[in-house]
Design a protein around this ligand. Structure first.
Ligand code: SMG
Ligand code: MG
Length: 368
């Protein structure tokens, strides 16, 4: 397609409750929404999942906005025509920034698929029409508040609970949640909060029959995770460390992970996500779709990905109501613990423009 223009906006949407992790507390979700228009008038939407501050990964909203305008869009405009399949290669000379690149690739893919009258799910290879939902529960101020929050999610029908942990908030909260719900699928996410020496401590989680421990150590410490995997019985699942297909190959070769969390933004897009999925299917490694507090725009695309056959564990693909009072698209509503995979063309959803305008804090158009 021949790209006419990009609209870049920053939006900010309050969360229904603060979300605390080992790296900080989010009370609202600020992110960049990308809209691409081609010269035939086809439109594509995507969101850049980078957060306001570089705490989960090195990317952040203001930095990505600059990078996208200064380098990435000019690289795309240097070609008269582009297809989504070319974007990663075209942007590769600019290092890093997988979330910014994923947003551009996804917006272009959305426009391309809408023009071809094809859904993202069918393009990626989805085999399911609905996906099982898990929910990620932040570090709570007290155990009582944690139980209250988990209880509301269990009642709502979530099929898997993930507890955020950090040193000082780990064995006890997990023990109590496990005692309260003896058979609910349960897992934990440390967001890199532990050290190599913490193996004996983390092994104390073994009796609680957890599905996995997500990213206990520094994202660069693949060998450390391999060592930990020999010390704890609970499977290790890497999130932050898996930044590409190659990183996934390395982590598997070093036996640092036996389950992989795939987040399209973290790996540079949905096409790389499918390659990681395919590797994991071949190696019989279970995968699940991570979440980045997406709005309905990113959620729609994540559901299409999570509908691929290798996604055998429930993902952090929760209903809109878990995040926002009002979403930017029609809300994703959970039914019996499942969300439907959008079937429309492209990502299959359209943002509500009036509401999007209301929550927009900056907007600019970059034309060819
Ligand atoms: O989208 O439901 C969601 C959030 C899931 O816990 C979640 N994401 O490390 O997996 C993770 C975190 C990263 C974002 S935390 C603000
Ligand atoms: Mg994680």
């Amino acid at each position: 397609m021949k790209i006419q223009e990009f609209e870049l906006r920053t939006i900010e949407l309050p969360l229904v409750r603060p979300f605390r992790t080992s790296f900080g507390t989010q009370t609202s979700r600020e992110l960049i929404v990308v809209k691409v228009t081609d010269e035939s008038g086809n439109i594509g939407w995507a969101e850049d999942v980078a957060m306001s501050e570089p705490l989960y990964s090195p990317e952040y909203v203001a930095g990505n906005l600059d990078l996208i305008k200064r380098f990435l869009i000019p690289a795309l405009f240097s070609r008269s025509e582009v297809r989504a399949e070319d974007i990663a290669g075209l942007l590769a000379p600019y290092l890093g920034a997988p979330m910014a690149k994923a947003a551009l690739e996804t917006a272009i893919l959305d426009a391309q698929l809408r023009s071809e009258k094809r859904s993202l799910g069918s393009y990626l290879g989805a085999t399911k029409s609905k996906v099982e939902c898990g929910v990620s529960v932040g570090i709570a101020p007290t155990i009582d508040q944690l139980l209250e929050e988990v209880s509301s999610y269990v009642d709502a029908g979530y099929r898997r609970i993930k507890l955020k942990i950090e040193p000082g908030w780990d064995i006890e909260p997990v023990r109590i949640v496990r005692e309260t719900w003896p058979s609910i699928p349960l897992q934990v996410d440390a967001n890199q909060a532990y050290a190599r020496e913490d193996g004996d401590h983390l092994a104390k989680l073994d009796p609680f029959n957890l599905l996995l421990i997500e990213q206990p150590l520094d994202e660069h410490d693949i060998l450390g995770h391999a060592g930990l995997a020999r010390k704890v019985r609970t499977p290790i699942c890497l999130d932050e460390s898996i930044v590409s297909l190659r990183a996934a190959q390395d982590a598997l070769a070093l036996e640092a992970t036996t389950i992989i969390n795939i987040k399209p933004g973290r790996v540079g897009g949905y096409l790389e996500s499918v390659r990681i999925h395919d590797l994991c299917v071949e190696r019989e490694i279970p995968v699940w779709c991570g979440g980045m507090l997406e709005t309905g725009i990113g959620r729609a695309a994540n559901l299409a990905l999570a509908a691929l056959p290798g996604f055998t564990l429930p993902g952090d693909t929760s209903a809109s109501s878990r995040y926002f009072k009002e979403d930017v698209t029609n809300p994703f509503v959970m039914n019996d613990g499942y969300l439907d995979v959008p079937q429309g063309f492209g990502i299959g959803v359209d943002p509500h423009l009036e509401f999007l305008d209301e929550i927009t804090t900056s907007k600019e158009i970059v034309s060819r």
